[in-house]
Design a protein around this ligand. Structure first.
Ligand SMILES: NC(=O)c1ccc[n+]([C@@H]2O[C@H](COP(=O)([O-])OP(=O)(O)OC[C@H]3O[C@@H](n4cnc5c(N)ncnc54)[C@H](OP(=O)(O)O)[C@@H]3O)[C@@H](O)[C@H]2O)c1
Length: 243
């Protein structure tokens, strides 16, 4: 208890989530790190804690309602407040529509989309308290450029990310009055493990970097209470054939 600011980051054991969790920690937030695989999460936790940051790891599957409830409760017990919620865990399964199993559809819907309203609902009391205190409670939802333009062979992924953008808009209408602001991040290819499959065609160094996402979230944190940024779209320079 007693942290001046606190945050939950899902998908915090690698890539975008880990980079943003580090930045939040460095800016004085106590951070609950959420991801499924305990060993990978533990490694991320040790890395951040070794650098002197206030963090706790909670192994949880955001696609599982009971796990979401448990993760938010563990955060509340440890830190007692929530100023920043980053709904970032996500999974993309590339397949033509004729070959997508129902299980593959449900996995993406539950992880990328349903988890987000569950986290809002469970966190609402803490976000409302933070919003009442400083009018700048922030929820960052990682969507994708696939949530702005439908992608072939990533149809369900695209649908979930469009859903994230729409849900974020709805949350601003519903919760801005409580000092809770929401932003959807919509990046093209980011150099993380998720894009390893395409790195022979698009070199990692030509992709968006996690530092770009970190810079955007830091900018969101610096906005005054009177300014809401509903969406940030990150594109790669034009000229390539892929997003
Ligand atoms: N990389 C890109 O090009 C790109 C572009 C646009 C949007 N995005 C989005 O950015 C977000 C982060 O992706 P990333 O690129 O940083 O990928 P990443 O490096 O593969 O990280 C994904 C993170 O999410 C966690 N995760 C996955 N499923 C989970 C679940 N059901 N419950 C809890 N945690 C889960 C993973 O850990 P475990 O697997 O151990 O759970 C890991 O920590 C995703 O929402 C993705 O859709 C990525």
């Amino acid at each position: 208890m007693g942290a001046a600011r606190a945050a939950i980051v899902t998908g915090a054991s690698s890539g975008i989530g880990l980079a943003v969790a580090r930045m939040l920690g460095e800016r004085g937030h106590a951070v609950t790190l959420v991801a499924r695989r305990p060993e990978k999460l533990e490694a991320a936790y040790e890395q951040l804690r070794g650098d002197g940051l206030e963090v706790q790891p909670i192994a949880a599957d955001v696609g599982d309602e009971a796990d979401v409830i448990r993760a938010v409760a563990a955060h509340r017990d440890a830190y007692g407040r929530l100023d920043v919620l980053m709904n970032n865990a996500g999974v993309g399964i590339g397949a033509p529509i004729g070959e997508l199993s129902t299980r593959q559809m449900d996995l993406q819907l539950a992880t990328n989309l349903r988890a987000i309203p569950l986290f809002y609902r469970e966190s609402l009391a803490m976000l409302t308290a933070a919003g009442a205190e400083h009018r700048n409670a922030l929820v960052v939802n990682t969507a994708s450029i696939a949530g702005k333009h439908g992608q072939a062979w990533l149809s369900i992924y695209s649908a979930t990310k469009f859903g994230v953008v729409g849900f974020t808009q709805a949350m601003n209408k519903e919760l801005n009055g409580r000092g809770i602001k929401s932003t959807a991040l919509c990046p093209g290819f980011v150099d993380t493990a998720m894009t390893d499959f395409v790195k022979e065609q698009v070199p990692a160094e030509e992709m968006i970097q996690t530092s770009d996402i970190v810079a955007a979230v830091a900018m969101l944190l610096s906005l005054t209470p009177g300014c809401v940024l509903p969406e940030v779209v990150f594109e790669r320079p034009r000229g390539g054939s892929l997003v």
